[in-house]
Design a protein around this ligand. Structure first.
Ligand code: MEV
Length: 334
């Protein structure tokens, strides 16, 4: 039996603009997607997803056919779509078929579609599980998981799967058709305390929100390019803050990043109201993924230099929050 787990992620800074070559600061968090894989005596592949309460038994050819039919994967309503597409993607990459069938069980602690990298964690966990007996280099895991993310989101930067694979804090930047990343050694990074507040699951997928921004570029190229550049500068300042362990600028940087994301048109009214409340109570907040405008915008990253004070306010207003740890381990064999 192979057991692996991959963490969720947060964009501390730089979502959306990272798709267009600006740097982003990402970190792995302490919510994980667990994947286990057990060889079977027959040729079937049984997929079980605890969160979606779904179970399906298929042949590899059925999986391959499914993946072929759902090329535009983010429009599929099948909760197991990404898993089936992922299995097909892995074996296409390896240019082979599984030697024998296996039972695949998925159990994720990461809220789905909320900007916390649930699909990247599933992709990385799945690839790691299947590759364990084949190859186990993180570089290869990341490369194949990126192909699966492309099937899920269309045109992702590659940042989500990279931080979920390698963990810690990453400065990530897309350069033409490849990406570069540095593992940041941030000894003091545990100091600032963050929490997440849920603004509700977006109705739109990540791919659709990336497309909203792409449309903005078509309509207002120079204005949007300036916004991307400013977000890139914020990411670099954010990294300096962490490296120097000087968090005096953090509140300003987070609020400024959020303001620019609102200008990009990726934040909905429900999230804006929550963020306003947090600011009125001395905190800073921003969405931390693709966002959403029709209803929720996913999880909101909240910073306050005395977080417990803000938490009292959230409790009094019955606003749910989730404390998180940053800089967690990437994918691992459990
Ligand atoms: C999604 O978690 C983050 C985005 O920047 C898209 C991407 O980087 O692929 C919105």
């Amino acid at each position: 039996m192979i057991k692996v787990s991959a963490p969720g992620k947060i964009h501390l800074s730089g979502e959306h603009s990272v798709v267009y070559g600006q740097p982003a600061l990402l970190t792995a968090i302490d919510r994980r997607c667990f994947v286990s894989l057990k060889k079977r005596d027959d040729q079937l592949i049984e997929i079980k997803d605890k969160k979606f309460k779904k179970k399906e038994k298929l042949t590899f050819n059925q999986i391959r056919h499914f993946a072929y039919l759902t090329k535009k994967a983010w429009q599929s309503n099948d909760p197991l779509a990404l898993v089936k597409i992922g299995i097909n993607e892995i074996y296409s990459f390896l240019e082979k078929k599984p030697i024998c069938g296996f039972d695949l069980a998925i159990n994720s602690q990461i809220p789905f579609g909320s900007g916390l990298g649930s699909s990247a964690a599933l992709a990385v966990g799945l690839v790691t599980g299947v590759l364990l007996y084949e190859h186990s280099s993180r570089g290869l895991i990341n490369e194949i998981a990126f192909q699966i993310e492309k099937r899920q989101h269309g045109c992702p930067s590659g940042g989500d799967n990279t931080v979920v694979t390698f963990g810690g804090f990453l400065r990530f930047q897309k350069k033409a058709n490849r990406f570069e990343f540095d593992h940041l050694k941030l000894p003091q990074c545990k100091d600032p305390v963050f929490t997440l507040v849920d603004s509700g699951q977006p109705m739109e997928s990540t791919g659709e929100m990336v497309a909203v921004v792409r449309q903005q570029i078509t309509n207002h190229k120079s204005q949007i390019t300036k916004i991307f550049k400013k977000i890139g500068e914020i990411t670099n300042s954010f990294i300096k803050c962490f490296q120097k362990a000087d968090f005096s600028q953090l509140k300003y940087l987070i609020n400024e990043n959020e303001r620019l994301l609102e200008e990009l048109g990726v934040v909905g009214n429900r999230a804006k109201k929550l963020i306003q409340l947090i600011k009125e109570n001395g905190g800073a907040a921003k969405i931390c993924g693709a966002g959403g405008v029709k209803q929720g915008s996913g999880m909101i990253l909240v910073y306050h230099h005395q977080l417990e004070e803000l938490i009292e306010v959230l409790k009094n207003k019955n606003i749910k929050f989730m404390k998180i740890k940053l800089g967690e381990e990437g994918v691992r064999y459990d």
